[in-house]
Design a protein around this ligand. Sequence first.
Ligand code: HEM
Ligand code: HEM
Length: 143
Amino acid sequence: MYTGLQHLHSYLAYLVLIGLLISWLMAVAGLMGNKTYTAQNRKMSLLGLIPTHLQWVIGLVLYLVSPLGISNFSGAGMKDSTARLYFLEHPLMMILAVVFITIGYAKAKRQIGTTQGFKSIVIFYGLGLVLILSRLPWSAWLD
Ligand code: HEM
Ligand code: HEM
């Protein structure tokens, strides 16, 4: 199960980044154009939300079964920057990013019919995207 989840988490990461980027760029365009956030626009925001939610559930399970996850959590590990990234920084930062993205989606949903929805997506998805990019295990991923 571990290997399967590891691969799933690795491939789904592409969909997360692409989905968030498309949602964010569409929102930037809507904001710049001073457009009204519609039910159709909400569906574009789901493009970023759904892969992100799937990824965080898979990440949570992975954290429990991976030798790099909770089982590797230790004081000694704190001094090893690669180990610390996997058992602490990546999980914590990704959960924070998911919270921001979900807040952005939920706020925008309540702003359908106004111009404010795009702003919520631009700010919160943007924040989430930056947090994700800051704590991906880049070298292991793109290897
Ligand atoms: C939601 C956004 C997330 C993204 C984009 C993401 C992305 C990634 C990527 C690209 C890798 C490296 C995969 C590889 O080596 O090929 C990875 C590894 C890992 N992630 Fe995430 N992740 C996310 C959320 C989470 C969460 C919420 C947790 C745990 C609570 C988590 C736990 C882990 C663990 C434990 C590994 C190491 C797996 C191993 O190789 O044994 N991730 N993640
Ligand atoms: C397989 C995993 C998951 C998928 C595919 C998924 C998918 C979705 C979708 C499609 C929405 C948008 C609903 C809508 O407003 O139309 C959503 C919203 C949300 N999800 Fe998830 N989700 C998953 C897991 C989770 C988990 C585990 C949690 C929390 C523990 C969670 C918390 C939320 C919250 C708080 C919202 C925001 C609701 C709102 O609009 O106010 N999700 N998710």
